[in-house]
Structure formats: structure tokens, C-alpha cells
Design a protein around this ligand. Structure first.
Ligand code: HEM
Length: 395
């Protein structure tokens, strides 16, 4: 299914992108019709149910609910979010040792069928987590201090903050990068180097804002707590699964999916494509797989950037020092983001993985990201390839 509410005159709406929150879902629905309350009741008590190891038994009491009654796009998105969280809690309740090889019919059938309608796999993804928010005060602005999660699978401030920071970064992208991406493409068509140079400088400012938001992760997300709850975001690719997981009632063949990762955020994919950054083969294999876990409209928008006029080629063709400097500034803002992001990964994954008091019940995740990548070599290669795109300044 393509993005909802297509409108040919609005270049963003066609792709299901919001000028306010970008690739996050604008004004997500918070409530499902009453017949879906058995799902919601489990999520409202999820923190206790996981601690007491009763999450699974509660899910096992569910029947297959009539997902076809969910007609509106936002209800379907909310149901997808609810099902993602129920599935993650169900599969990972007992860590690696107690992992299950199949998802029960009561979750698998509605999850799979709704995902088919919406157009991306029945698996928890970054986009789902970007539909899990509401304003604390509806009359106050949409900003970090006024946001909270609709559902918190594991409970606690760290879990909430871990998802609110990327949400604020989506907002930064929508308001401070996206308009300049659109403007820069138009500038190329008009061969307007002045506007392009300005747009590239504003783009770099926007990326710096995203990085500044990322530096706030440590304010309320504790690395040890993160290390313990990240297992609930994992997928079905590690060797604790016998070739993947079975979606009961859909197929008896196991399916493999990566877990939720911000590598699935369309923001950085756009930032790369706009500057013509091409990653090495192995990084690209991973990143292109991550695109399969984005809503279809977002994937299409990224593809439109690839097909559109190349900023990099245009800048090279102009032989203009000022323009090349603006391009390099934009590129360096991405390198800076990736440098800082590596520090975050060291702090939140590498160091806790060596601490004895961090949970050892999810060893399958010890050296990999939730998206399944081999963490540091991958992230360094992506950063270094970005840097390698710096242009020599014309004489
Ligand atoms: C505690 C916070 C974070 C941790 C521990 C973390 C960890 C990781 C890891 C392990 C990867 C490798 C891919 C995988 O297997 O999942 C990754 C990739 C990535 N992450 Fe994060 N991440 C964090 C926050 C964020 C945030 C808030 C963003 C914002 C969009 C982000 C953006 C990315 C991107 C774009 C990639 C793909 C590599 C790239 O393009 O540079 N991460 N992250």
C-alpha cells in the first residue's frame, strides 16, 4: 500500500511524510476500539508481566481478534505498534535460553495481515517506534519536554527516553533539513548556485541539530538499563533461532527478520543520498536491507532522491570554491554525527557488554546491533566512507 492521503500537489504528503515530524507518524491514534482491549490490557501491565514472567501466559489466553475491523490508516498503525510490542515481549520474555521458535496465531495472523496491508514486514521497526508517542499537554508545542510514549513495554525513564530522543531527531530532520533538501534539488534544476550553497549550509546546521539532540541521550537513558532492555528489540536472525521464527497460521516455514534499529530511520538514508554518499559493499548490503523495514512511501521518497538530479555532480561541474566548501561542510556534519554516534555505541553497548552485572541472558546480542550488524567495524566503515566523499577544492 502506498502512503495514505496522497495529494499530487504536496511533494511530502504523497510519500506519507509530515512537515512537522518527518518520517514519524503525525498525531498518532492513541486508542483502539473496545474489542481490542485484551491486547491493550497486556501492554498496560507489561512491565510487571515481564518481571513476573507471566507475559507469555497472558498472551496465550488471547483469541484471534478481528483485525479487519480496523479501517483507518492510523488505527492500523496503532494496531501494528501494539502487535510489535506484544510479539517482542512474548518471544524474549525468558532471554536466549527460553526463546520460542514460533509466534502464536493470536498475534501472528493479525500482525502479518495488517503488515501486508501497510506494506512492510511483520516485525518491530524504527518506524513503529516513531508512532508510539503523544503530547503530555496537548496545548503545548511538539518538543522533547512535552512528549511521552503511548506504550512502554519495559517501563522506566530510560526506555522512554531511548525512543523520545530519536523522535526529536525526526522532528529536527523534518523542520531543519527536509525543507533544504527540497530547496537544493530545485536550485540544481534552476542552476542557482547561490541558493544551493545556502541550502547546503542550512542542511549542515540541521544535521548538527540532530547530533546535538543525540548528545542528550545520556540525560535520562542509563547505559546499563539500556543494555538490559535492548534484548526486547532484537530480531530473529541469531543462531538461537532454528533458521528464523514461524508465524503460526501464516506459514510453517521459519522467517528471519532483523530487530528494530535506527539504521532503519529514513533520515540518515536521505542525508546520504542527497550528498551522493555511496557506502562500501558490505555496509550497503546491510543498509539496503534496512530500507525494506521502512514504510513504502518513505522508501519511495529515498528512491526519488537517488533518481533526482545529483548535487554532488552539479557541485563538481561548477568549479566554484564557495559551493564546494558548502558541500564539504554538509558532508562533515554527517561525519560529525557518525563520530558522535560511535561514542554513543561504545558507551551503551561495548562497555556494558564487558560489565559483569549487565544481563547475560541475551548473549546472542553481545557483539551485534539489534539490526544484526557487527557494530563497530560497520559504523566506522560508514563514517570513513562518508568522509572519503569530501571534494578537493577547485584551484
Ligand atoms: C543508545 C543509543 C543508540 C545506540 C546504542 C545505537 C546503536 C546502533 C547500532 C548498534 C547500530 C548498527 C546497526 C544495527 O545493527 O542496529 C546503529 C546504526 C545506526 N544508528 Fe544508532 N544507536 C543509538 C541511537 C541512535 C539514534 C538516536 C539514531 C538517530 C537516527 C541512530 C541512527 C543510526 C543510524 C543512521 C545507523 C546506521 C549507520 C549509519 O548510517 O551511520 N542511532 N546504531
Amino acid at each position: 500500500m502506498s502512503a495514505p492521503n496522497s495529494h499530487a500537489k504536496d511533494p511530502l504528503r504523497v510519500y506519507g511524510i509530515s512537515p512537522l515530524v518527518g518520517f514519524a507518524l503525525q498525531d498518532p491514534e492513541e486508542k483502539l476500539p473496545i474489542e481490542f482491549h485484551p491486547w491493550i490490557e497486556i501492554l498496560h501491565d507489561s512491565e510487571n508481566l515481564l518481571k513476573s514472567k507471566q507475559f507469555r501466559s497472558r498472551v496465550d489466553q488471547l483469541s484471534v481478534l478481528d483485525y479487519e475491523r480496523l479501517i483507518s490508516y492510523k488505527h492500523q498503525r496503532l494496531a501494528r505498534l501494539v502487535l510489535c510490542l506484544l510479539v517482542q515481549g512474548y518471544v524474549w520474555q525468558d532471554g536466549d535460553a527460553g526463546v520460542l521458535q514460533s509466534i502464536p496465531k493470536c498475534l501472528a495472523v493479525p500482525f502479518h495481515k495488517l503488515s501486508m496491508k501497510l506494506g512492510w514486514p511483520a516485525m518491530i521497526t524504527h518506524a513503529d517506534m516513531m508512532s508510539n508517542y503523544k503530547k503530555i499537554d496537548p496545548n503545548c508545542p511538539l518538543e522533547l519536554s512535552n512528549l511521552k510514549l503511548i506504550f512502554s513495554l519495559c517501563g522506566g525513564k530510560s526506555f522512554e527516553w531511548f525512543f523520545l530522543i530519536p523522535l526529536q531527531m525526526e522532528i529536527n530532520f523534518a523542520q531543519h533539513i527536509l525543507p533544504h533538501i527540497l530547496q537544493s534539488r530545485e536550485a540544481i534544476v534552476n542552476k542557482d548556485t547561490k541558493t544551493l550553497g545556502d541550502a547546503l549550509c542550512k542542511y549542515s546546521h540541521g544535521v548538527e541539530m540532530m547530533t546535538a539532540t543525540l548528545t542528550r541521550m545520556h540525560e535520562h537513558c542509563d547505559p546499563r538499563e539500556f543494555y538490559n532492555f535492548r534484548a526486547f528489540l532484537a530480531g530473529w536472525q541469531s543462531n538461537v533461532f532454528k533458521g528464523g521464527i514461524i508465524y503460526e497460521g501464516i506459514s510453517s516455514t521459519p522467517v528471519k527478520h532483523p530487530g528494530a534499529s535506527a539504521a532503519q530511520s529514513s533520515t540518515l538514508h536521505c542525508c546520504d543520498e542527497v550528498l551522493g554518499v555511496k557506502h562500501g559493499e558490505s555496509a550497503w548490503t546491510f543498509l539496503s536491507e534496512m530500507r525494506q523495514y521502512m514504510p513504502p512511501g518513505h522508501r519511495e521518497f529515498i528512491a526519488s532522491l537517488v533518481k533526482g538530479p545529483s548535487i554532488r555532480d552539479f557541485v563538481i561541474s561548477q568549479n566554484d570554491v564557495g559551493l564546494a566548501e558548502s558541500y564539504n561542510k554538509a558532508l562533515l556534519s554527517l561525519v560529525h554525527f557518525r563520530d558522535y554516534h560511535i561514542q554513543v555505541v561504545v558507551r551503551y553497548i561495548v562497555i556494558p557488554s564487558h560489565q559483569t552485572d549487565c544481563k547475560k541472558s541475551h548473549e546472542s546480542l553481545a557483539n551485534v546491533g539489534t539490526g544484526g550488524s557487527g557494530v563497530l567495524p560497520f559504523l566506522k566503515s560508514v563514517r570513513d566512507t562518508t568522509k572519503a566523499h569530501l571534494l578537493p577544492l577547485p584551484a
